[in-house]
Design a binder for this molecule. Sequence first.
Ligand code: SF4
Ligand code: SF4
Length: 101
Amino acid sequence: MERSRSTSDETAYQAWLSTRQEDAEGLCRHCGACCGALEDPCAHLVMSPEGRSSCSIYSTRFGLRKTVSDRSFTCVPVRDKLGVSWPGDERCGYKRVGPSL
Ligand code: SF4
Ligand code: SF4
């Protein structure tokens, strides 16, 4: 039977997870390439005048989405796409780190 974690263990674990997530998110250069910036972009992709990408529905982004030309696709976590290629992926910080994420 699995032993339950103490409150301090759980707090430390949550802090570790949070730091790990921030480290991973820091790898993103906000180029927008994984959202189709260099081909047929997702309809929710927003590019700032400085060329920094963001998602207009970030907290609910995963699932069936459409591109600006009305093509359907499924938005997935970028770690699930590391084994495939997309235009501009040579610049992606996640791709450089690879599957250790
Ligand atoms: S391709 Fe990589 S670096 Fe560019 S926005 Fe997507 S995750 Fe970030
Ligand atoms: S919904 Fe997904 S593919 Fe579309 S902009 Fe947001 S993160 Fe990118």
